[in-house]
Ligand binder design. Structure first.
Ligand code: GAP
Length: 477
């Protein structure tokens, strides 16, 4: 990473993630495509580790959550039943001069006017008042030439079957705006095939799509993104009717601890209770993270929501399928209630990067960039270097790399000085670097068949026998 002068931390980290092959703006050679990003080699590996960590915590380490991988395309009625076709929209206004699109409710909020659950007529009435008082301007160019507010659906439409060249009511399908829709549709098959007893959860990771009006703030809010969602089904009358709040509190606690376990500083986390609830929710909290790269402000990282019996009741009503559950113990039949945990993969990645990215001053007057990621999340676990490009050192290093890469994501690097190679690995968060030097090869040396292992955080080096490397690292991961 060069020592460019960045105006702020956001610019620095965005530039870093691009230059080090983590995140690229989509379709850049065509001038870009707003609100969509691609993930390069290290970005892919980091994201994979984040998803594995979530799956481990949500499925592997629990006996009450089952996995699912449902399709992105679903019967279009799914989204009528869920309320998304009619209700998943935002009011927008456009600047006629610079074409910037703005959320009308956000504009009103800046004047202390809440547009929460208000009609488009109310929003336009309030905007007209501001206009007549000469207070309404484009947030981008300052022009007062703004359109009136219109309702803008966040649903992304596509088509399947024929005719495919026109979008009509007959062939429109929606790209799912949240992954949980697939979980509700597979609730019945899961109960019928695996016979789980309440309470139990279903978890899945997958892509979701939203026509976000303002896809800003890098990968924090995008139009195509991945979600990690878990829906927990329970009997609302269990525990004398205390079940809803008991499960809710337990899951809130469980998700909070996940972030601490993976190294997020607790001071940078807080709970936010929603006053404005989505159409399906009866209670909702967010875990907010203080993104230093987004102006040091607390922003939604993960939602924990009570959805009541809304989803299964609606899908039962629209599909005609019986989605009730028969409880053997109480001999009661009822529609299970649901609470969910839901988080965007990229938003979590951004929090981990923001938390780990440091520019560190060193004793020798130098500085380094280091990503102090939890080792389990690091894209590369071990890097192996020959001290120089001497063939014997290269051969030995490659041999070690080949052995280690069966167990760990390991990188071989021989370009530039060893110091530069250490810096490169520090930047991408690699916890250990192994260097093969002349002592490694020298049969007369007491360091024969040993290598140096350097620790990313302490930068301390120790000598380890080649034969013991695999065990050495296994103990540390
Ligand atoms: N199933 C509930 C649901 O989807 P949400 O609050 O709309 O609730 C849940 O989204 C999480 O998904 C958010 O907390 C955020 O982490 C992520 N998310 C939502 N919209 C996003 C977007 N446009 N880009 C990236 N992540 C997003």
């Amino acid at each position: 990473m060069s020592s460019q002068n960045f105006k702020n931390r956001q610019e620095e980290i965005v530039s870093f993630l691009k230059s080090r092959g983590f995140v690229f703006p989509s379709s850049e050679i065509y001038g870009g495509f707003a609100g969509v990003y691609d993930y390069g080699h290290y970005g892919y590996l980091l994201i994979k580790n984040i998803k594995d960590a979530w799956m481990k915590s949500m499925i592997q380490e629990r006996d009450d959550v089952l996995a699912l991988d449902s399709a992105i395309f679903m019967h279009p009625t799914t989204w009528k039943a869920s309320g998304h076709v009619d209700g998943f929209n935002d009011p927008q206004i456009d600047c006629r001069k610079c074409k910037t699109r703005m959320r009308a409710d956000h504009v009103l909020e800046e004047f202390g006017i809440s547009a929460d659950k208000q009609s488009i007529e109310f929003i336009n009435f309030e905007l007209d008042k501001l206009r007549s008082e000469n207070k309404l301007f484009c947030q981008n160019c300052g022009s007062s030439d703004l359109t009136e507010a219109k309702v803008f659906s966040l649903m992304v439409k596509s088509n399947l079957g024929s005719p495919v060249d026109t979008l009509s009511e007959d062939n429109v399908v929606y790209l799912r705006p949240e992954t949980c829709g697939g979980i509700y549709l597979e609730y019945k098959n899961t109960v019928d095939s695996l016979h789980p007893k309440l309470p139990f959860g279903m978890a899945q990771i997958g892509k979701a799509f939203r026509n976000e009006i303002q896809a800003k703030q890098f990968i924090f809010r995008t139009r195509e993104f991945e979600q990690m969602e878990m829906q927990y089904f329970f009997n609302p009358k269990a525990e004398n009717g205390e079940a809803a709040s008991a499960y809710f509190e337990a899951w809130k606690d469980y998700r909070w601890k996940f972030y601490l376990d993976y190294g997020i500083k607790e001071d940078n986390l807080r709970w936010y209770k929603h006053e404005k609830l989505a159409h399906y929710a009866s209670d909702a909290y967010d875990i907010e993270y203080k993104y230093s790269m987004l102006g040091d402000s607390f922003k939604e990282l993960e939602g924990v929501h009570q959805r009541g019996d809304w989803d299964l009741s609606q899908h039962s009503k629209f599909s005609g399928a019986d989605l009730s559950y028969f409880d053997e113990a109480s001999k009661e039949r009822f529609i299970p209630h649901i609470m969910e945990t839901s988080v965007g993969v990229a938003r979590m990645m951004l929090a981990f990067v923001d938390n780990a990215y440091e520019r560190e001053e060193l004793q020798d007057g130098e500085s380094r960039i280091v990503m102090k990621l939890d080792k389990r999340l690091s894209p590369i676990k071990v890097a192996v270097f020959p001290l120089s490009k001497k063939e014997a050192l290269q051969t030995k290093s490659r041999e070690i790399w080949k052995n280690l890469n069966k167990k760990f994501m390991t990188e071989y690097d021989e370009s530039g000085s060893v110091g530069k190679r250490y810096r490169r690995q520090d930047e991408i968060g690699t916890p250990y670097c192994v260097t093969v030097d002349f002592d490694t090869l020298d049969e007369s040396s007491d360091k024969h068949n040993t290598v140096t292992v350097r620790d990313r955080d302490s930068m301390k080096q120790e000598r380890v026998k080649i034969d013991e490397l695999a065990r050495f690292f296994a103990e540390r991961f």
